[in-house]
Design a protein around this ligand. Sequence first.
Ligand SMILES: Cc1ncc(COP(=O)(O)O)c(C=O)c1O
Length: 446
Amino acid sequence: MVPARSDTRSAELYRRALPVLPGGVNSPVRAMRAIGREPVFVARGRGAELIDVDGNRYLDYVCSWGPLIHGHAHPLVLEAIARAASHGTSFGAPTAGEVELAKEVARRMDAVQMLRMTSSGTEATMTALRLARAATGRELVLKFEGAYHGHVDGLLAQAGSGLATQALPASPGVPASTTALTVLVPWNDEQALRAACAEHELAAILAEPLPANMGLVAPAPGFLELLREQADANGALLVLDEVISGFRVARGGAQERGGVSADLTILGKILGGGLPAAALGGRRELLERLAPAGEVYQAGTLSGNPLAVAAGLATLSLLDEDAYGRLAASTERLARGLREAARAGGRPVSVASVPGLLTVFFAARPVRDFAGARACDTDAYGAWCRELLARGVYPPASQFEAWFPSLAHTEEQIERTLAVAAEAFAALDDTHAPAASGGRRRHERA
Ligand SMILES: Cc1ncc(COP(=O)(O)O)c(C=O)c1O
């Protein structure tokens, strides 16, 4: 029996939100529509736990979609924010913390000699594209299907039909003239990548080195090296978006893990320790083209905000080799346990994982690309998530997202999660019997 949980206050807040916030939320995936339910309104978080406005407690595997690698309200991070706030919240002038943070990132990432901070990953991506276009004198940017780099017009692109190489807008309001500058290639498709690079003069090859926005779909062996090789041969810059993977999958992010170095690196999430901060990093001669050192314009009122910088520095200070070892071990335990629970429940499920990230795909075989992710039984994923939430586990409310286990998740909490996951698999009724073809729900971005 699942203990009954009240959601009266969340339901009431949702009703009040709908007339004043589009869809009742400030970012789409929070509405939980992709898993067929209403949103949970959160009151507070502590460690790995989230407590909603009705007093229900959840083990949180979203952790603000990645920034909270130490869980909620870590005392050292709170103390750093409070100390910074006591000196003033924003100056619109440089501070010592920004220099310290840039140096810390450079110590961790060989590819980053300099940083320009922004308030969101979207802005950092925009800056990366502008800089790549300025540096190469070219306009086309290659990106991969199913990758997300923020809500930048030209990157909200979908493949056209037939042999068209110019991408089409993936959202109303995106001008076709902007997506026409985007070349879309299926992830892990070596031939398509080679063909696109042979056909186009590119400003940049843009990729998430560990794509986590179609669920986690790791690069096939050699694919990251191929990106580097093709970028060099083409005369394009390699831009790696480590907004999710940066400081999470290893001290130096996916580039350290994969042994490939980018020309430009996009960072966010953990960089701001739960406050709004992101950055574009890279080689000095490229970054020095940004204003006022160079001619490429870029600016931001709250860029390098002292509270966000303090939270980021405190967060990074706790991320040593021991922390990465613990995160790898707990993610591995979670992934293995979820596979076993699915098997015991008779569910054909494929769990992709790397340290700090995992996705439960409702598919019998590992997912290699966006087409594979879309073919999964997302209705069954939604039903499973509803069962998890009813039992106090808070998963990403879309299969096209990753789970974000944190360093705050204890062994006991992970074992409890696995017990709940097994119950949730068992509770899936015949309506969610393994489907011959799933994927009926629309891919709704965070
Ligand atoms: C890989 C990646 N890049 C960029 C972004 C955009 O970052 P932001 O939401 O801070 O604009 C996201 C957001 O989830 C992301 O996952």
